[in-house]
Design a protein around this ligand. Structure first.
Ligand code: PLP
Length: 385
């Protein structure tokens, strides 16, 4: 049976062109980029080129790119690295951040910081009134993601950044879920730092970057030989960095083609979902609650999200649950709860995320399969009454 993948917010397949770019560095070009001989020099050149490719995608200068092992490390580097340098005060992060922002922010409590969660509206957008309220207290760090991994809702990061700058706080955005889906411009967002990850843009897992405004100083998480301008020591993972660079160039070259195509497919999915009676999360008025074009987040009243995912998997479709689950204690999505969604509805959440290779035919097959599953559940519930 074929398998149709609709879970691109979890990870994307490695693009063939990215793989081709990486292969020489997994085979014959194995040099250490710190070596002064020919093999070392060519590894260094390859990293320099990747740095330029990543920088170009987000409109920064190459020295602003600090390569890391991924988004998780980049978020930790910013939060812990900034907290080491700044005097302890408040760190304000949105209530819908990925755990790799939320957890390090909470952990700063042990170092004398206070962590403050910024509220979101029912539409899944960070509430700017709550940002204003939060920033009345002395604040050193603010972090608000550019696009949410579950709802896909795009945040008004520039508006939050203006407020953060007004109180002299350092502003960070986790742009992992926005990259490759919408235009991401570091300068326009007016942030001090930004997190990126390669495997969400058809690059390899285990590569990412923190983009840094050179006017701020961060303490490194990993000290050693002084790689990455001293911000991230350790022999560079040349194939992964090269792959990240190639994926960044690919993302830049096809964004204007890919985004509208995925948005059309998403509209097709959501039309079908709505007809079946699904609730859509974060899909409020498009102007108030714009989303990245590939993501749809939905639930059917009375049907558990985990169950839907398992049933869809049996029929050959890969989607994600909105809940971090352990079978005994299904925790509903923190993002949905922060949006004011009732826990019993949040437990039904299913995330559907499109990618570059998905087709209208696949979407139609998905809707057909889902319809069968829903009908079966409705019959079961009817029989139980
Ligand atoms: N930030 C967001 C919003 C994410 O969705 C993810 C991945 O799921 C990450 C950070 C972590 O990135 P990585 O998997 O590269 O560590």
């Amino acid at each position: 049976m074929s398998f149709v993948y609709f879970d691109h917010n979890a990870t994307t397949p490695l693009d063939g062109r990215v793989l081709e770019a990486m292969l020489p560095f997994l085979r014959e070009q194995y040099g250490n980029a710190s070596s002064r001989h020919d093999l070392g020099i060519s590894a260094r050149r390859a990293i320099d080129q990747a740095r330029e490719q990543v920088a170009a995608l987000v409109n920064v200068r190459p020295p602003q790119v600090v390569f890391t092992s991924g988004g998780t490390e980049a978020n930790n580097l910013f939060i812990k690295g900034a907290a080491e340098i700044l005097k302890p005060s408040q760190i304000a992060v949105s209530a819908i951040e990925h755990p790799c922002v939320a957890r390090p922010a909470e952990a700063l409590a042990r170092k004398g910081w206070t962590a403050r969660k910024l509220a979101v509206t029912r539409d899944g957008k960070v509430d700017l009134n709550d940002v204003d309220a939060a920033l009345k207290v002395p604040t050193g760090i603010v972090s608000v993601m550019l696009a949410n991994n579950e709802t896909g809702v795009i945040q008004d990061v520039a508006a939050v950044a203006a407020r953060a700058r007004a109180v002299k706080a350092w502003m960070h955005t986790d742009a992992v879920q926005a990259l490759g889906k919408i235009a991401v411009d570091f300068e326009a967002l007016n942030v001090h730092a930004m997190t990126l990850s390669a495997h969400k843009i058809y690059g390899p897992k285990g590569a990412g970057a923190l983009i840094v405004d050179k006017r701020i100083e961060l303490a490194p998480l990993i000290a050693g030989g002084g790689h990455e301008h001293g911000m991230r020591s350790g022999t560079e993972n040349v194939p992964a960095i090269v792959g990240f660079g190639a994926a960044a160039e690919l993302a830049a070259s096809r964004l204007t083609e890919l985004a509208p195509r995925l948005e059309k497919l998403r509209a097709r999915v959501e039309q079908g979902l709505t007809k079946m009676g699904a609730m859509l999360f974060g899909a409020g008025h498009a102007n108030e609650s714009p989303r990245v074009p590939n993501t749809s987040y939905f639930a059917f009243r009375g049907i558990d999200g985990e169950t839907l995912i398992i049933e869809l998997d049996k029929l050959g479709f890969g989607v994600a649950a909105g809940a971090a689950c352990s079978s005994a204690n299904p925790e509903p999505s923190a993002t949905l709860l922060a949006m004011g969604v009732a826990p019993e509805i949040a437990r039904g959440a299913v995330r559907f995320s499109l990618g570059a290779a998905n087709t209208a035919q696949e979407v139609d097959e998905f809707l057909k399969a889902l319809k069968q599953i829903i009908a079966r559940f409705k019959n079961l519930t009817a029989m139980a009454v």
